[in-house]
Every structure is written in structure tokens, then in C-alpha cells.
Design a binder for this molecule. Sequence first.
Ligand code: NI
Length: 157
Amino acid sequence: MAIRKVRTEEDDVLRIKCKQVTEVNRGTRQLISDMFDTMYATNGVGLAAPQIGIVKRIVVIDDTQGNKMALVNPVFTLKEGEQDSNEGCLSLPGFRGRVKRPYKVQVKALNEDGMPVTINAEGFLSVILCHEIEHLDGILYKDVAFEYEPIPVEERE
Ligand code: NI
């Protein structure tokens, strides 16, 4: 169990285009395990490797509705429809925003065992996938949001 420090906006590591993972090995699985620990410790539903300072194409997700996954080298193979999402980000604490996202996506990736997986998602899970995978290209949701604002003090947890 290792909780890593979550990097915030002023850290340039969030703006780097992350590198493909060439081999899924024990080190990759340790990193994924730390990413899950860090995500759960901060009550997130997703975390991308650059958020803990690692410039590799890896995301972890748990939408709290039974969809838990680690994705290595994820790529979109379909984006369909449209929805307005409400988003926040562990790297942009105290802010919230709204983004136009595809309603449905398909993502191909490798899992933590290095096996190919295909994820078909819609609704909230589609939003999480878009948000997390964009992190791997140095994009933060505030860059693509049509609304972005500080969370009012009375609504903060
Ligand atoms: Ni984020």
C-alpha cells in the first residue's frame, strides 16, 4: 500500500505527452496498485499516471458502479453521441466544470496482465474515460470545459 503525492496544476508534469508502455511487468503492476491506493485515498473515480508524476500511458478507474479497471496504452476506437458532464479533478482542487463529452465510447487497451481488453462505455464511465485518457496527452478538463469555476465555499466537503 503506497499513497503517492497527487500533482496539481502548477506542476509541469501534467502537461507532458506520456510515453507508451512497452512491457507490462511487475513494476507496472506495482505502479497500478499505488495508483488505485492513491485514487481511493483521495476519493477519486479515476487517476492518470502523470497525476503522480509518472509520464506513462496508464489510467485507473473505479466508477463506484462496479466498473473497476486499469488501462495501459488506452486508445479510443469509437466516440458517439454527446452529453454535458459535471467534472472535477484531483489535480485542480476546489474547482468544477462542465464539458461536452461523447455519450458513448469504445477504448482498446492492455490490462494489468498485459492482455488486450476492449471497454464499451456510456454515460458517466464514458466521461471518466475521456477525462483520464486526456491527462495522458497533457490535457486538463479546464482546457476543454465550457464552464469552469471555483466550488462555492458552502458546497465544499
Ligand atoms: Ni483529472
